[in-house]
Design a protein around this ligand. Structure first.
Ligand SMILES: Cc1cc2nc3c(=O)[nH]c(=O)nc-3n(C[C@H](O)[C@H](O)[C@H](O)COP(=O)(O)OP(=O)(O)OC[C@H]3O[C@@H](n4cnc5c(N)ncnc54)[C@H](O)[C@@H]3O)c2cc1C
Ligand SMILES: NC(=O)c1ccc[n+]([C@@H]2O[C@H](COP(=O)([O-])OP(=O)(O)OC[C@H]3O[C@@H](n4cnc5c(N)ncnc54)[C@H](OP(=O)(O)O)[C@@H]3O)[C@@H](O)[C@H]2O)c1
Length: 460
């Protein structure tokens, strides 16, 4: 093992930031984080125009503050239970400041290509004009909520078609008849927001969902669920189901179907307003789409309705444009064989961070993944020899635990998954020590200043 390895990270969202922090903490000195944007924060950099980010003007997170914060960097006391996208961005900026991470980042520098060399190292081509550099290790932290998954409708729609990735504000939907397709968190958030201004809003669901309120018994729902984590799974599921039942009642009262699967088998839809909007006649639940002709949509139960706009809320594709598709391509995968959602069985110097969809927050998981990778690269721990077998087993487990859908290819149960990663981090791994932080390399933040808007311009 190289005693002084060179490590590249792609992306300076929260996963890339915590990767830099934990590499420094583990004692790694040569760290280069490539960021195509002009600032840190990734998803949480809201822009009024289409960009990398899929958050909209009114996004508040669905994982609560206490369950989402990094272990050694609490969110400010004045933050609410569910901070806004701006507060989340400020938090990640403050994290970058606290641990002096910015000097390790090459801003406005997209990675175009990443290819493995015969000796296992990685050659990256990046920037404009293009440059090439070889690294001992490569960490992928480019996010997986930027490339819209757009389905093919049965028929042709002659109205406007958009995806939630493009949705920024409800102002574009004034007095329209809008159909939202898909009832994940994007679909439910958008249906609620658009219903404030549109003439009619319907939401098409091709299956039944548990729509879970943001608070259970006065606590944020993930905190409430966290209190149940030590109970056996069946008992936990029973309590969750019945506490939901007390709070909401029968989903059929809202024109929805009752799910016939256990509550933890599907990525949670956390929304306190959708059911309220349905009962106020502002949002109409509809079944899956059977046929589309001109502006008329026919649903599975035969109901027909005309719309001006269809807004796909059909999720996102995992996208690694810098890899040759023959090497790694998960864009259509239902099943992804990575050990701990981060170690690739065939590429021992390649790691994925934040490539996970927990029933809780991504950030504490990315943090512990980063800590494990940092210690691994620093030579403080080893991986099991049967990674391929373990990765296969993990994918089998996901297929057993969650409903078959592309959106569940990365799904994990938050608490057990986090504990598993933590258990592999060596007990003697170093803590952060301000006095021992090495001088940062000569990479300097090079933001592009937009004079007209008086702000740093993101690279779109
Ligand atoms: C609307 C919405 C709400 C969400 N709410 C929550 C929530 O409540 N709780 C939660 O835990 N998660 C939530 N998520 C999931 C969210 O994606 C993660 O929380 C988290 O932001 C992912 O961070 P990341 O660093 O892995 O990726 P990103 O934040 O996407 O950052 C990736 C970075 O990589 C950069 N990049 C990409 N490609 C390249 C390249 N080729 N070269 C150089 N740089 C590149 C991008 O510019 C970006 O800065 C939400 C997602 C969405 C869309
Ligand atoms: N406020 C917030 O914090 C917030 C807001 C938005 C998103 N998010 C997060 O962002 C991530 C992405 O969420 P998302 O809602 O955009 O995507 P998602 O969770 O993947 O949900 C996609 C939805 O579209 C449906 N769908 C997919 N393909 C379809 C097709 N061909 N025809 C009809 N329906 C189809 C899915 O149905 P099936 O269930 O049948 O597959 C599902 O209902 C999640 O982690 C989510 O928690 C958070």
């Amino acid at each position: 093992m190289n005693q002084d390895p060179k490590v590249a990270i792609i992306g300076a969202g929260c996963s890339g930031l915590t990767a830099i922090k934990h590499l420094i903490q583990a004692g790694v000195r040569h760290i280069t984080c490539f960021e195509k944007n002009g600032q840190v924060g990734g998803t949480w950099i809201y822009t009024a125009r289409e960009s990398h980010s899929s958050v909209c003007e009114t996004t508040h997170i669905i994982s609560s503050k206490k369950q989402s914060e990094f272990s050694d960097f609490p969110m400010p006391d004045h933050y609410p239970d569910y901070p806004s996208h701006q507060q989340v961005l400020d938090y990640f900026r403050a994290y970058a400041d606290r641990f002096k991470l910015r000097p390790y980042i090459r801003f406005n520098t997209p990675v175009h290509q990443a290819q493995p060399l015969p000796d296992g190292r990685w050659e990256l081509s990046f920037g404009n004009p293009r440059m090439v550099q070889v690294f001992d290790y490569l960490i992928i932290a480019n996010g997986h909520h930027s490339k819209a998954r757009v389905p093919k409708l049965p028929g042709n729609f002659s109205g406007r078609i958009l995806h939630t990735h493009q949705y920024k504000t409800n102002r574009d939907f004034q007095d329209e008849r809008v159909l939202v397709v898909g009832a994940g968190n994007s679909g439910c958030d958008c249906a609620v927001e658009i219903s404030r201004v549109a003439k009619e809003v319907s939401i098409s669901m091709r299956r039944a969902y548990y729509i879970v309120p943001k608070f259970m018994m006065g606590r944020p729902t993930d905190t409430f669920n966290g209190m149940l984590q030590y109970l056996p799974r069946a008992m936990r599921s029973y309590i969750q189901r019945w506490s939901l039942r007390f709070q909401i009642g029968d989903y059929r009262r809202y024109g929805l179907q009752n799910p016939d699967y256990p509550i933890n088998s599907c990525h949670p839809v956390v929304n306190s307003e959708l059911l309220y909007k349905i009962r106020h006649g502002k949002v109409h639940p509809r079944q899956g789409i059977q046929r589309v002709e001109d502006q008329t949509v026919t649903f599975a139960d035969g109901h027909r309705e005309e719309f001006d706009t269809i807004l796909y809320a059909t999720g996102y594709q995992i996208n690694f444009p810098f890899f040759d598709k023959k090497l790694i391509d998960y864009s259509e995968a239902d099943r992804i064989e990575l050990y701990l959602r981060m170690f690739h069985p065939e590429h021992s110097r390649l790691f994925f961070l934040g490539l996970v969809q927990p029933q809780g927050s991504v950030w504490p998981i990315a943090e512990q993944q980063a800590k494990l990778v940092g210690n691994y690269i620093a030579g403080r721990c080893q991986l099991p020899e049967n990674i391929a077998e373990l990765a296969k087993h993990e994918a089998d487990q996901i297929a057993r635990d969650f409903i078959n859908s592309k959106r569940h290819a990365l799904e994990v149960h938050f608490h057990p998954f986090l504990q598993k990663i933590k258990s592999l981090i060596p007990k003697d791994s170093p803590e952060w020590d301000d006095s021992r932080v090495p001088t940062a390399p000569s990479l300097r933040e090079r933001p592009i200043w937009d004079k007209t808007k008086n702000q740093i311009r993101p690279v779109l």
